[in-house]
Design a protein around this ligand. Structure first.
Ligand SMILES: Nc1ncnc2c1ncn2[C@@H]1O[C@H](COP(=O)(O)OP(=O)(O)OP(=O)(O)O)[C@@H](O)[C@H]1O
Ligand SMILES: [Mg+2]
Length: 446
């Protein structure tokens, strides 16, 4: 019984001891703060420092929040179509301050061999300011040094536009202007795409549309094809209701220079379509690339596969050295069958050697419509002559007679060549007619 109070006393003693130690420490501190000026100043500074640091973090966070609330930005990536539209718009925008410019060169080789070059000074990587409808907009173009756009191997780029939140609607307006500007340059024109690696790229500037009447084919050929294409384009629902792929293939075959390519380009212009040209005899065009390209056509385009007989020389993709070469026959068939687009697909194919084609390609669904486009007929000779010399009916008959007595095939391209040589001189065109295959000989005979 007597043990317990002792234990309590011992406990109490320990408790008393610790309280008095704490008291001692706080007494010592308050003494030091009150009586030692150095120590007091140090403590004050410490408190002040901590206070300032907290305030600074608060301000940084606050201003960041404010910035986020007040500034809006818009990022345009180089893989987006709006990217090049925007750069072009910017290059023509008068109120801008840019010290960094890049050059973008448009190089066009015309049919007659001449070359024209146009330089666009577009904003280079870095910061640029513009004033647009009263608002300041900061434009930052950045080029990634590490990332490449895998579709074309060029550096990955972005353009970021920043402005005040209240001016955010201006982004929409800028993009709309840029798009309209881009569309205007191709209005009334045909955009030609060619393949560049695995993607389609515009080939030069959009070309003025070639008019259908300027291509002279034998009677009814143009009208019949046009009728068929229009009929196809009207029947999208019919195809989808029956689960049939919405595509149609046309084959134009015949000798060189008979107007096959010209007609397809004119047809694209007439329908207001663009045209994607692939030459199957091109080296480095593999089955995979062909398939990829055919399944990724730009909108509203006609696919033109030139020289399809090239695919019938090879049954295997690899040459003896193991290098990949042209498209194979099975690659072409697979690509034609595999086109899976929700939109209509119009494919035109051309060849000078129909005899080399395998009958498998002529199956409906691959080639649905084929037509021979041959050397000039009497009708075409007459029409071509009158196209160049509209009022010369008498000379026209003389010319037709000369060509018929030759009794040799004459291509429409040869006729065009002769008329171009005698632009304002139909009489001379008639005299040169017997030498149409070799007009130089005419000069030496004189
Ligand atoms: N029927 C035609 N009507 C008007 N121009 C023609 C005609 N045929 C050829 N030409 C002219 O001849 C040139 C070559 O024509 P195009 O390239 O269309 O021939 P092609 O049939 O495609 O030849 P290839 O089989 O060699 O590819 C063009 O400049 C074109 O204007
Ligand atoms: Mg051609």
């Amino acid at each position: 019984m007597s043990d317990e109070p002792v234990a309590v006393a011992a406990n109490t003693a320990v408790g008393t001891e610790s309280i008095s130690l704490g008291d001692k420490f706080s007494n010592f501190m308050s003494n030091a703060m009150e009586n030692n000026p150095y120590f007091a100043a140090g403590g004050g500074l410490m408190l002040l420092g901590t206070g300032l640091a907290v305030a600074k973090t608060g301000m940084v966070k606050g201003s960041r929040l404010l910035y986020q609330q007040m500034i809006v930005d818009l990022e345009i990536q180089s893989k987006d179509r709006a990217y090049s539209w925007f750069l072009t718009w910017m290059s023509q925008y008068p109120k801008r301050v840019s010290k960094h410019l890049s050059v973008r060169t448009n190089y066009i080789q015309h049919d007659n061999g001449s070359v024209s070059t146009k330089f666009d000074l577009v904003p280079g990587p870095g910061n640029h300011w513009i004033r647009y409808k009263g608002a300041f907009i900061l434009i930052k173009r950045e080029r990634s040094t590490r990332m490449l756009d895998i579709s074309n191997g060029s550096p990955y780029e972005t353009v970021t536009l920043k402005t005040l939140y209240r001016d955010r609607d201006l982004f929409d307006s800028i993009l709309r202007e840029a798009k309209e500007m881009a569309l205007k340059t191709s209005e009334g024109k045909t955009v030609i795409y060619t393949s560049f690696g695995p993607e389609w790229r515009r080939f030069g500037q959009p070309k003025a549309k070639r008019s259908l009447p300027s291509v002279i084919l034998d009677k009814n050929i143009k009208d019949n094809i046009m009728k068929d294409v229009h009929d196809f384009l009207k029947n999208g629902k019919w195809y989808s209701d029956r689960g049939i792929p919405y595509r149609r293939g046309y084959l134009l075959y015949g000798p060189p220079g008979s107007g096959k390519t010209s007609f397809i380009q004119a047809l694209a212009g007439e329908l207001d379509y663009n045209i994607c040209i692939l030459n199957l005899s091109e080296n480095n065009l593999t089955d995979d690339r062909l398939n990829h390209l055919m399944n990724n056509l730009p909108q509203r385009s006609i696919l033109l596969l030139e020289d399809i007989d090239a695919a019938f020389n090879k049954r295997h993709q690899t040459s003896e050295q193991g290098f990949q070469s042209n498209v194979t026959f099975s690659g072409l068939l697979n690509a034609l069958d595999g086109v899976t687009s929700s939109e209509e697909t119009i494919t035109f194919m051309t060849t000078n050697h129909p005899e080399r084609l395998d009958s498998a390609i002529l199956r409906p669904g691959r080639v649905d419509y084929k037509v021979f486009v041959g050397d000039a007929t009497k009708y075409q000779v007459r029409e071509m002559f009158l196209k160049f010399y509209p009022d010369e009916r008498l000379l026209c008959e003389a010319f037709v007679k000369e060509i018929l007595t030759l009794d040799k095939p004459v291509s429409t391209a040869q006729l065009q060549g002769l008329f171009v040589m005698n632009k304002d001189d139909p009489q001379s065109a008639v005299e040169m007619a017997p030498y149409i295959a070799d007009p130089n000989q005419f000069a030496t005979q004189r």
